[in-house]
Design a protein around this ligand. Structure first.
Ligand SMILES: Cc1ncc(COP(=O)(O)O)c(C=O)c1O
Length: 405
């Protein structure tokens, strides 16, 4: 049995009042809160282990290097990958996608090529491809939505042409919480030998990800949405791309030899990690994975799924509420609007009761255009949220509706 109080006690930030009320943090899709083990890992690192890594012969440097590489192993094993060298530490999802886009631009994309995205995409998984397309006469093609706001996978065969060079899709919509069927996308992609990039920013925090099974070319996510620190994330590359993805950044620490005429690079993940990395962040990312493992990601999914179903039921009882992406196959996120009210007003009034929700377009403006709305109110859960919090939120939401009407 999971003791919810025990989980909550591990998050010092939850133990505070906001505007005179106990903080209810429903903005986990933007960033999750951090358990004390992760916070202390960062401070312990700087207190006892801080040194630059990989190039030092002294004990402290070797110790810091061990911690950094051990973290890579912990994360690799969590995502079920045998070769930790396939995990590149990056600044996060946005950084990872840009690295792939810039790398593919150098030796893979040809002018006029096409990239398939979905209507769900976060701007971070649109803009790097759009920039390349604008500069190279390329084209973005978009998987449309069905009436229930799930992806229309049947459209894929019509979208794919001889010029299609990549399919880049989000695993879970950060606005609707709906889970994409990567298997269906892969089936079509494999027929035409098209690589697939999965944006796991919103799936990795909520559901078990087995990268051996998922078997895509690129997978990216951010530690800060998974109980870890900001400024660190990962880029997983399949064996093929580990050897073929062109470098988009270079610098110290990634070479075998350099002369003014030529450079020989190291192999594996290090090649993609020039300069001094976010060492404390990488170590704390590993600690965040330890936190998840102590509960188990399957259990986290179960707890959050119950919260999603419960909150959806309660919201559905309110006639003033319009829900988006009502499907049951969801992970952690609910979007809604109060009829005839601006989401910003709803969010601002909920904040007066200490309830943190996100309002606006959630960096998915094309999805907003499709839904023909300006924005939504989004509540997104983590393992420390409770049904009591949802009850309080619903009670206050009713008050907000009355105030606004
Ligand atoms: C689906 C999705 N992709 C990409 C990102 C960008 O992540 P980051 O800001 O950590 O780079 C987010 C952040 O909310 C997201 O939800």
């Amino acid at each position: 049995m999971i003791d919810q109080n025990n989980i909550r006690e591990q998050f010092p930030i939850l133990n505070q009042k906001v505007n005179g009320y106990n903080l209810i943090y429903f903005d986990n899709g933007a960033t999750s809160q951090k358990p004390i083990s992760v916070i202390e890992r960062i401070s312990d690192y700087y207190k006892h282990s801080n040194s630059n890594i990989h190039r030092g012969v002294h004990s402290l440097s070797r110790h810091a290097t061990d911690l950094f590489e051990k973290s890579r192993h912990t994360i690799a094993s969590y995502f079920n990958i045998n070769n930790p060298q396939q995990f590149i530490f990056t600044g996060g999802t946005t950084d990872s996608i840009n690295m792939v886009a810039q790398g593919l631009a150098k030796n893979y994309f040809k002018p006029g090529d096409e990239i398939i995205l979905s209507t769900y995409e976060h701007h971070s998984n649109i803009l790097p491809w759009q920039l390349w397309a604008q500069e190279n006469g390329g084209k973005l093609k978009i998987i449309p939505l069905n009436n229930d706001q799930t992806l229309d996978y049947n459209s894929l065969p019509n979208l794919i042409t001889k010029k299609t060079k990549l399919i880049a899709v989000t695993h879970v919509s950060n606005t609707l919480g709906l889970i994409s069927d990567i298997e269906k996308i892969k089936t079509e992609a494999t027929k035409h030998n098209i690589p697939v990039l999965v944006d796991g920013a919103q799936s990795a925090p909520h559901m078990a990800i087995d990268l051996k099974k998922l078997d895509v070319d690129f997978f990216v996510c951010s530690a800060h949405k998974m109980y870890g620190p900001t400024g660190i994330g990962l880029l997983y590359l399949s064996e093929k791309w580990l050897n073929h993805l062109a470098l988009s950044k270079t610098g110290g620490g990634i070479i075998k030899s350099v002369s003014f005429e030529k450079t020989e690079y190291v192999e594996g993940a290090l090649k993609f990690e020039p300069g001094t990395p976010h060492i404390a962040g990488a170590v704390a990312f590993g600690e965040a994975i330890n936190f998840i493992n102590r509960i188990s990601i399957e259990k986290i999914f179960e707890i959050e799924n119950e919260l999603v179903q419960y909150a959806q039921e309660k919201l559905n009882e309110l006639p003033e509420i319009m829900m988006y992406g009502k499907n049951t196959h969801k992970a952690g996120v609910i979007s809604f609007n109060v009829k005839n009210q601006h989401p910003f007003d709803v969010g601002t009034l909920l904040d007066k009761y200490g309830i943190a929700v996100r309002t606006g377009h959630h960096c998915t403006q094309p999805l907003m255009q499709h839904l023909n709305i300006q924005g939504t109110v989004r509540i997104s859960f983590a393992v420390y949220n409770t049904k009591n919090e949802i009850d309080f939120f619903i009670e206050k939401l009713k008050k907000v509706i009355t105030m606004l009407s």
